[in-house]
Write a protein that binds this ligand. Structure first.
Ligand SMILES: O=C(O)CCC(=O)C(=O)O
Length: 398
């Protein structure tokens, strides 16, 4: 049965891969569900199936992507479908970044985003809606009076399109060095899948909300292979909740987990400290404008904020939009030539830029959907006669 599936896949791959490259994939090592998963991705890419998370769940292949063998094979196929276009000059300029990402899963840039660009972004954030993760409250802008108004630690930009409308953000998304490094690291032309921004403040409800606020160690598994550009838009020292990252754990995460581990599970600090030596536990402090690229398949977490607050901008790239929860953004409003040119060329980078899908998303997913998630949890817990905070605390400590 699997042999038939394997032959079928191999004959499809023959359209764009050499026999030697197909042999190198060694499909014989993949189980039947994994072959199914690979066939699904090829089909999704060919048919332009975009938001296929439901699809992936329906075929139960999502969990198979936690297997590095399948991820490598699929990434190699994506690399052959969308080969990187780097020139040798770019490759030289980005080789250290790529090497750091391969070895450590992390590269901290030795230059910061210039102060003027930070200020331009921060000014624009003053009139962008943010949503409190804990309460679902919508706050009208990153402003001093809103910092603590959402009753939780973390507040997210509601609509990625609003962030992408900021010219300095557009320039970052299409920054030639970042793009060349990401493409080389992913081994395929990247898709810009997310633009995020959030601020975090101290809260007395930390323990219960740490999990929800990504402040406990976890791995991301949003896309087949992906990498995130973090930009600090506030000064971040040990008090302001620096990002924590377990260097190299994208390569050896298995040593920290048991066989019951599921990719969305949170790990305690003690679990991580038992599995990795202190020199592998990085805390990323840095002045406003600090930038780093991180493969967050590695263990990572924010540190709860003790004082002040932290403001982060994040841009995510993936080798495929397959099974991502990608929020679409419109093409209209891309004004910066460096990104507008890629839109005009219909580059794979802007696959998720689509006015029609954005309109649909905008109409059907208002803030209430995000708020709805918190409301649903509360209703569920209350219906069982439970206490919401106790439930969240238990979940966080699981
Ligand atoms: O806030 C942080 O530093 C953690 C962010 C995080 O978990 C993520 O971007 O996947």
């Amino acid at each position: 049965m699997s042999t038939t599936m394997q032959t079928q896949i191999e004959s499809e791959l023959a359209d764009f891969m050499s026999p030697a490259a197909i042999e190198e994939l060694d499909l014989t090592t993949l189980s039947r569900p994994q072959l199914n998963a690979l066939a699904e991705v090829i089909k999704a890419e060919r048919d332009d199936l975009f938001l296929s998370r439901g699809h992936a769940e329906a075929t139960r292949c999502e969990k198979d992507f936690f297997d590095p063998g399948l991820t490598s094979a699929t990434s190699a196929v994506l690399g052959a479908m969308y080969p990187p276009s780097n020139s040798s000059m770019e490759a030289r300029a980005t080789s250290q970044i790529v090497e750091d990402l391969r070895n450590d899963g992390l590269h901290v840039f030795d230059v910061r985003l210039p102060v003027e660009a930070c200020s331009a972004i921060i000014d624009a954030l003053g009139s962008i809606d943010f949503v409190s993760k804990a309460s679902g409250a919508v706050l009208d802008g990153y402003r001093a009076e809103n910092l603590h108004a959402g009753h939780g630690a973390t507040h997210w930009a509601r609509d990625h399109a609003e962030l992408l409308a900021i010219p300095a953000v557009q320039r970052l998304v299409a920054d030639p060095i970042v793009l060349a490094a990401v493409e080389e690291y992913l081994g395929a032309q990247p898709v810009h899948v997310q633009t995020n921004c959030w601020w975090t403040v101290p809260t007395s409800r930390l323990t219960a909300l740490e999990s929800l606020d990504a402040q406990r160690y976890h791995q991301d598994r949003e896309y087949i292979r992906f990498v995130k550009l973090f930009v600090y838009l506030s000064d971040v020292d040990h008090e302001n909740g620096p990002h924590r990252f377990v260097v190299g754990s994208h390569n050896d995460y298995e040593q920290a987990v048991t066989s019951e581990y599921r990719f969305s599970d949170r790990l305690s600090d003690e679990q991580i400290e038992r599995s990795y030596s202190p020199d592998r536990l990085r805390r990323l402090t840095g002045a406003k404008g600090t930038m780093f690229l991180a493969d967050t398949f590695a263990f990572h977490a924010g540190l709860p904020v003790k004082s002040g607050h932290r403001l982060v901008l994040q841009i995510e790239y993936a080798n495929s939009a397959y099974f991502g929860l990608t929020q679409p953004v419109p093409r209209t409003g891309i004004t910066e030539p460096v990104l507008a040119d890629l839109v005009r060329q219909d580059d794979r980078l802007v696959l998720n830029y689509d006015d029609e899908r954005y309109e649909e998303w905008h109409e059907t997913i208002p803030a209430t959907r995000i708020a709805g998630r918190a409301e649903r949890t509360k209703r569920m817990v209350r219906a069982r006669g439970g206490d919401v905070m106790r439930f969240l605390r238990q979940r966080a400590n699981r």
